[in-house]
Design a protein around this ligand. Sequence first.
Ligand code: CP3
Length: 351
Amino acid sequence: MVKDSSRFINACWGKPHNAVPVWFMRQAGRYQPTYRQLREHHSFLQMAHSDTVITDVTCRPVEELGVDAAILFSDIMIPMGPMGVDFDIQEHYGPVIAHPIRSGQDVKHIKPLRPEKSLPEIFRSIEQICRRIDPVPLIGFAGAPFTLASYLIEGGPSKTYTETKKMMWEQPDLWKELMKRLADGVISHLSAQIRHGVQAVQIFDSWIGTLGVEDFEYAVLPTMQEIFSELNALQVPTIYFGTDNLALLPLIKQSGARVLSLDWRVSLAEVRKELGSQVALQGNLDPVVLLSSWEVLARKARRVLEDMAGDPAYVFNLGHGVPPGTNPELLKRLVDLVHDYAPATGSGMEI
Ligand code: CP3
C-alpha cells in the first residue's frame, strides 16, 4: 500500500484516503526505553524546555512506530509558567501548584501569554520537527480552560473538583474572568504553534466529564465556542478531547471543534448515529488493553475499527494516553493492524 502522508489531515476533513490513520496520545513517554534513559538525567520540566529534547522525543514515535502524526512533546501546564503560575510536575501524580488560585487577587495575577517571547524553545522545536518528519503532520496542543482551571484551583489532581465547582457556582464573575484569561492564553499559544508549522491542534479537556450538562452549557461551552471559532479561522483541523463525557456530547458538538476525540466508554458507531456526519471522530481503544496480550489487544482494536469501518471522517487513537508499562513492540503491531485493516472509503483510494 502506498504510504499516504496526508491521511490524518484528510480524515479530519472527512476526505478520502487510503487507510485508517492512527496516532496515540502520550506516544512519547515512559513506555519507551529511550525516553526513560533521558528521564534518568533530567526532570520532565527540564526536558520540556530543551529544544533538542522536544524535537527528538516528538519525532521518535513517527520514526519508530510509523504513526500518521506527531504530537508536540510538551504539557498542558507549560504555558502556565509564563502566565505567572508557579508549579511542578510530580512523577506518577501530575501537576502541583505552589499557590492555588482561589480569590480575585489570584486570578488578576494570571498574565497574558506572549508565546514566542516566553517559550522560544517550543517554536524553534516546531520548525525543526516539521523539517525532520515532513511530510508527516505535527499536531500542536493546549489544555482546555476547564481542565487547566481544575489544576490551578484545586492545586493538583482531584477526584471531586470541589473548589473548582464552588468557584464556578459561588463566584460566577470570577469564574468567567478566569476562563477568559485561560482562553486568551490557549488561543495565543495555539495560533503561534500554527504560525510556526503545526498542521492540526488538539485541546485537552481530560476532566470535563465531572460536569453536569447544565454546568457545561453555561460555564464552559461559550468559552470553547470562542476558542474554536478563532482557531477554525486559521484553517487547520481542530480536535476536542475529553473523557467520561457521553452526556455532554450533543453540547460538545456545538463547540465548533472539527474532530471529537472520545474515550472507550462510548460506542463510536452510536455516537456517529447520534451526532451525524458533521464532525470527524477520533478514538477510542481502552489504553489498559495495551497491558494485555496481543490477542486481546488485536480483538479489541478490530472491534473499534469495525465500529467506524468505511467512515472517512475517522482517526484511530486510544481513549486516553499510552500507559507507562506498554510494550513498544505491541504498539508497533497495533499501528500495522490499523493500517492493514481496510480502506477507509470506497472512493479516491490509491492502493
Ligand atoms: O501525548 C503526547 O505524547 C504529547 C505530550 C503530552 C504530555 N502531556 C507529556 C507528558 C500531552 C499532550 C500532555 C497533556 C496533559 N498533561 C494532559 C491532558 C491529557 C491527559 O493525559 O489527560 C494532562 C491532564 C496533563 C497533566 C499531566 N502532566 C499529568 C496528569 C501528568 C502525568 C503524571 C505521571 O507521572 O503519570 C503529566 C506529566 C507528563 N506529561 C508526562 C508526559 C510524557 C510524564 C512525565 C514524566 O516523564 O514523568
